[in-house]
Design a protein around this ligand. Sequence first.
Ligand SMILES: [Zn+2]
Ligand SMILES: [Zn+2]
Length: 138
Amino acid sequence: MDCPKCRQDSLAEFGQVEGVEIDFCSRCKGIWFDAGELAFYVETAEDVPDMQAAIGAGRPSGLVCPRCSHELVETHYVPDEPLLIDVCPACQGIFLDKGEVPRIESLAARHGGLERVVATVRSLERKGYVILGGNISK
Ligand SMILES: [Zn+2]
Ligand SMILES: [Zn+2]
């Protein structure tokens, strides 16, 4: 497959890594994840915590999806975090540059936990409890 960054046929199946068949670029060391694979790889519920919002907020990246030839959009993995990823709005595949996988893993661990805490606090607030006296999502 053509690597979105290198624009040549340098993206190839690398074999199974942690149970996921990943496509790896031998030139730029980027990794392509088909829809569902990133979540499996980093052990989160979803590839991106809010995929629809991420695609909606995305900007044209000038990169082409190796699977379906749509233009990828550049977007934040989670809002308010500097980490940018390239997502295909059509097939929802994700291209990660070299070094982004560990950053996703640490963000996913942090935000996965945070989302659960926020959800718990919100549901308690709806029931009339006031906790911590502030806005936990900041
Ligand atoms: Zn490449
Ligand atoms: Zn695609």
